[in-house]
Design a protein around this ligand. Structure first.
Ligand SMILES: N[C@@H](CCC(=O)N[C@@H](CS)C(=O)NCC(=O)O)C(=O)O
Length: 206
């Protein structure tokens, strides 16, 4: 049995779980509930992943893999179904670029979230604004991708990451109301979010 360091609110963990469900591997992965925060030491996690972040995956032979990109690509080698990391050049670079864009969106949103958790007198508004600019820029880029048909089937790691990033925004930044500004992307997400893998992994606070 593989072991996944798991947190129910993490969009990066969600990526891995969605991939495991889409590829039929979820039964081979045990979830280990893990709590991490930028200001809380966690020696147990640090021994496995010096960056002290989730997700990390311990494979059947005891190797520890991180981060979510590496774990997802590893899982994609373990099944015989359609691959989420396309082998061919153009499709592969589109999927990897979309994954990078959505990873970046999640990273910026999470940095804002951590900033907003600070004691009030230690918060830096310019920092939050700068991160939110990236979030909004990524959303605008994704709207263009949707318009250009770049989010059409077949399913790739790019789509999974975008789905998890948008799900995270709805979970933590509902006030942004990004759907009002990006109608096509919103329609794509509504459809994508109906997948069983997405329904089973909706983010929640531990
Ligand atoms: N690049 C990493 C990012 C993982 C990440 O930021 N995870 C967050 C939870 S959503 C975390 O562990 N944060 C703890 C911290 O930053 O101290 C990945 O793709 O897995």
């Amino acid at each position: 049995m593989m072991k996944l360091r798991y947190a129910a609110a993490s969009p990066f963990v969600r990526k891995v779980v969605v991939v495991s469900l889409e590829t039929g591997l979820s039964e081979r992965i045990e979830r280990v509930a893990t709590s991490v925060s930028p200001v809380k030491p966690n020696e147990e996690v640090a021994r496995e992943n010096p960056l002290i972040k989730v997700p990390s995956l311990t494979t059947d032979d005891g190797t520890v893999l991180y981060d979510s990109d590496v774990i997802c690509e590893y899982l994609d080698t373990l099944h015989d179904g359609p691959k989420l990391f396309p082998a061919s050049d153009a499709a592969r670079w589109t999927a990897l670029r979309q994954q990078a864009l959505a990873d970046g969106l999640m990273e910026a949103a999470i940095l804002c979230r951590y900033e907003n958790l600070r004691p009030e007198e230690k918060r830096w508004t310019d920092w939050v604004e700068s991160q939110m600019r990236r979030v909004r820029g990524a959303l605008a880029a994704l709207e263009i991708e949707t318009e250009a048909g770049a989010l059409a089937a077949p399913l790739t790691i790019g789509h999974v990451t975008i789905g998890c990033a948008l799900g995270y925004l709805n979970f933590r930044f509902a006030k942004e109301e990004w759907q009002m500004r990006h109608r096509r992307l919103a329609a794509w997400f509504d459809e994508f979010n109906r997948r069983k893998s997405m329904q089973l992994t909706a983010p929640r606070d531990a």
